[in-house]
Design a protein around this ligand. Structure first.
Ligand SMILES: Cc1cc2nc3c(=O)[nH]c(=O)nc-3n(C[C@H](O)[C@H](O)[C@H](O)COP(=O)(O)OP(=O)(O)OC[C@H]3O[C@@H](n4cnc5c(N)ncnc54)[C@H](O)[C@@H]3O)c2cc1C
Length: 412
């Protein structure tokens, strides 16, 4: 669903230039018999895939399409969300690996831009945009992801450095990343939100062990990390000591808005065009019940897209607060899950086989992956709390520990 007909002449010119550049420089994605785009590098080893992604990203950077909304001084193009959307629509059919850099460029780079020091921004942002540095988030811990402020990874100051100890988990892409944003507790004698600091951690530092986690769908998208006496220089702190909760909250708001606006890291392949192709292949294109199911998804997708453009722009312009990004994430999670359920229903018995079905839609894998949409980046329950408290101004959820020194909060 392209926005091409609705854009300004400036965006239109940008789109045509990008189209020309893509045609001349980047191979198109392969297509299955049913017309659906196949994901690239299906059988490539991880390292080859990452190397290819970095090379392509460097090319995209040199051409000026890597950080379309980033300021020019940090290597970006200083343009609008409309320009970025036009480029994403144009590049969707090309083999430009965006998933590897999705967290770096859409969440962590934007967080660094908002909260980092001038030196941190000048050093890291151009490297992130070029694909030289892949970043990830080390937020969740085994003791819980929703209660992020209750994290127990510690950072103890020792002169000019901090010593980090603890365990993180569910970190997307940690086995191929270079740097992380990692909140850790720097004070235990104040309430939980007030004793956290945010660090930039080089993942090559001694004392960091990264272990991939095997998932229900047999893939390994995320890892757990063990931090043992990791020495981090004090100039790697983002913001001030014990002020890291502000950065964590800002990071999450940026993530929710981006995931809701674009679909996030895992772009599902069950787009409406794919569902229509599936209907035809299953001989269901004259079945009124099946047609209605696809039409319902088309309607939901159109509504989510319109909402995403409007709310995304209103947040960018300051008319809505970043907390409204939670609305977009909730809408996107529902859309992804309903779309994958519809695909599985339409696929019939072939949809329950694990191997890619004859029609080229890996419906089972997509369905299972979509389950994670309402967990990743904060669960749907937590999003609803956020929207009610921060966007609607309703009373806060009771929290008996909110004003208690963290050292006195019972923990297991
Ligand atoms: C695909 C995927 C990618 C991820 N990538 C990353 C990553 O890169 N980095 C990272 O740090 N983490 C990542 N995560 C982890 C994710 O952020 C956490 O799973 C999520 O925040 C939930 O935390 P939890 O799993 O510990 O569940 P818990 O916090 O233990 O929650 C369990 C259940 O209780 C409910 N619940 C908890 N508190 C409340 C409350 N106050 N009110 C109502 N209900 C409540 C939750 O909604 C949930 O249903 C990823 C997760 C997924 C699925």
């Amino acid at each position: 669903m392209s926005t091409e007909g609705l854009e300004s002449s400036d965006v239109r010119r940008f789109r045509l230039k990008a189209r020309e550049w893509l045609q001349a420089n980047v191979p198109r994605l392969e297509r299955a018999d049913d017309g659906a785009c196949l994901p690239p590098d299906r059988d490539e080893p991880e390292k080859t895939r990452i190397d290819f992604a970095r090379q392509t990203q460097a090319q995209v950077f040199e051409a000026g399409y890597a950080g379309i909304t980033y300021p020019v001084e940090y290597g970006g193009a200083g343009l609008s969300l409309d320009h970025e959307r036009a480029y994403l629509e144009e590049s969707a059919d090309y083999n430009v690996p965006t998933q590897v850099f999705a967290v770096s460029l859409n969440i962590l780079g934007k967080t660094l831009l908002k909260y980092g020091s001038a030196q941190q921004k000048l050093h890291h942002l151009p490297r992130m945009l070029r694909g030289d540095e892949i970043w990830l988030q080390l937020l969740s811990e085994p003791s819980g992801g929703s209660d992020l402020a209750g994290l127990v990874t510690r950072a103890d100051r020792d002169g000019d450095v901090y010593i980090l100890n603890g365990q993180k988990t569910w970190s997307t892409g940690a086995d191929s990343a270079d740097f992380a944003m990692c909140p850790a507790r720097t004070s235990w004698d104040v309430p939980k939100h007030k004793g956290i600091s945010m660090f930039i951690v080089d993942l090559q530092l001694p004392g960091i062990e990264v272990r991939p986690i095997k998932q229900i769908n047999s893939e390994s998208d995320f890892c757990e990390e063990f931090l043992t006496d990791v020495v981090v220089p004090s100039d790697c702190m983002i913001g001030d000591e014990n002020e890291g909760w502000r950065v964590v909250r800002g990071l999450l708001e940026i993530e929710h808005e981006w995931v809701g606006r674009t679909g996030g890291v895992y772009m599902p392949r069950t787009d409406v065009d794919d569902l229509v192709a599936l209907l035809k292949q299953r001989g269901l294109d004259k079945d009124s019940g099946a047609r209605r199911q696809v039409a319902a998804i088309f309607t939901l997708q159109a509504a989510q897209r319109a909402l995403a453009i409007r709310v995304g722009q209103a947040i960018a312009d300051g008319h809505l607060t970043p907390a409204h990004g939670g609305l977009l994430k909730l809408g996107n999670d529902t859309l992804r899950q309903r779309r994958s359920e519809t695909a599985l229903t339409l696929a019939g018995s072939s949809g329950i086989t694990w191997e890619p079905a004859a029609f080229g839609h890996e419906c089972t894998a997509i369905y299972l992956r979509a389950r994670s949409a309402s967990i990743a980046g904060g669960t749907a329950e937590i999003q609803r709390n956020n929207v009610s408290e921060r966007a609607l101004g309703l009373p806060r959820e009771p929290d008996a520990d909110r004003d208690r020194p963290f050292s006195e909060v019972p923990r297991n």
